[in-house]
Write a protein that binds this ligand. Structure first.
Ligand SMILES: NC(=O)c1ccc[n+]([C@@H]2O[C@H](COP(=O)([O-])OP(=O)(O)OC[C@H]3O[C@@H](n4cnc5c(N)ncnc54)[C@H](OP(=O)(O)O)[C@@H]3O)[C@@H](O)[C@H]2O)c1
Length: 323
């Protein structure tokens, strides 16, 4: 066994067989990898394929008849499954499958988990439930949180902000891709404050929540930093060894977004910037992760600045392997 802090945490779950839903997803894969390097018996709920290091339970949350075998003999469920939007989906948070997978799927899972004697559930929710969002994704997460809070099973809900540490997914990876292509503009300080969390810290928080049965209710998990689009873009450019340059004034972005809006309507195809995207860039999305850190003894392993060199090395390795 390695002495990586996550492996040490996972090992503490030793006597508790765990089930991971969403095990083939970005966070689920990493969680299963960490658990499988510890003595914890780990089962992955999968709709297809297999994952090395974990026993596979074939199942679909929207088909309750497939879940009994998956939950049998399980002490703790890490419930991470969520509808995964297709890449390029212009409205990823509005797909009707969010309701089916997150709400009906959670309802099905809770019913089966109760009947098989599951003792603890840790659910991956999103900080989107906190920002007034009315998208189907946010509404479904809110409904699932409510179902969990009403369940007799001991549950912890972890609300995650955007997760970084991936090379090809998430908005940090998108900005990194733009910077590599020389297309990342020097963003000004829009006055936005935003939260992020590293993949390994998301996993750390899931493990800590599983280990602390008294830690019920909903918690926000971040890397305890205070980001802005300006800080993120500067960090990316610095990691690439590029001079961040003088930020463009906000009015330039406003004009570009208006132009994007007009062109989008004329050409019927998405533009890199429109008013909705600009609003997303400027909208504050900071959440207080300190209460969880204090209650759970959570210490983030990463900041974006610390993680970027590794993300770049992973990207370089991926493109070497592809060529
Ligand atoms: N990544 C982030 O930035 C972020 C931020 C905040 C919150 N979260 C939350 O954290 C959780 C994990 O995120 P992620 O990025 O790892 O998700 P992801 O990569 O989109 O993976 C979603 C997982 O859910 C599974 N799934 C979808 N429909 C299912 C169904 N009907 N039955 C069983 N499994 C099903 C998928 O399986 P298939 O492979 O079979 O499709 C996949 O394993 C999600 O609940 C997400 O909402 C993520």
């Amino acid at each position: 066994m390695t002495n990586h802090p996550l492996a040490e945490l996972a090992a503490k779950l030793e006597s508790r067989p765990v089930l991971v839903t969403g095990a083939s997803g970005g966070i689920g894969r990493r969680l299963v990898q960490v658990l499988s390097e510890s003595p914890v018996p780990v089962r992955a709920l999968l709709r297809q394929d297999r994952l090395s290091g974990a026993e596979t339970a074939r199942g679909d949350l929207t088909r309750p008849e497939t879940l009994a075998g998956a939950c049998s003999g399980i002490h703790t469920i890490f419930h991470l499954a969520s509808y995964s939007p297709a890449k390029g989906d212009p409205r990823p948070e509005e797909h009707p499958l969010h309701q089916q997978v997150t709400v009906e799927g959670t309802r099905n899972l809770l019913r089966v988990a109760r009947s098989t004697g599951v003792e603890r559930i840790v659910f991956a929710s999103s900080t989107r439930v906190l920002d007034g969002s009315t998208t189907l994704y946010a509404q479904s997460k809110r409904s699932a949180e409510k179902l969990l809070s009403e369940s007799p099973i001991s549950t912890a809900v972890l609300r995650l902000p955007p997760v970084y540490g991936f090379t090809r997914r998430g908005f940090v990876a998108e900005m990194l891709e733009k910077a590599l292509a020389g297309r990342l503009p020097p963003f000004p300080d829009f006055g936005d404050r935003r939260s992020l969390v590293h993949l390994d810290d998301a996993v750390q928080s899931l493990l800590l929540a599983a280990l602390a049965p008294g830690l019920n209710g909903s918690w926000t998990v971040t890397d305890l930093q205070d980001y802005s689009i300006h800080r993120i873009s500067e960090a990316i450019l610095t990691a690439l060894g590029k001079e961040p340059g003088r930020p463009w004034p906000p009015v330039v972005f406003h004009i570009a977004a208006l132009a994007g809006e007009v062109l989008q309507r004329l050409l019927h195809r998405p533009m890199p910037l429109d008013l909705e995207r600009l609003d997303k860039l400027r909208r504050p999305a900071w959440f207080d992760g300190a209460p969880f850190a204090e209650a759970a003894g959570y210490r983030p392993l990463y900041t974006l600045e610390k993680a970027l060199p590794r993300m770049l090395a992973m990207l370089a390795q991926e493109s070497d392997e592809a060529s």
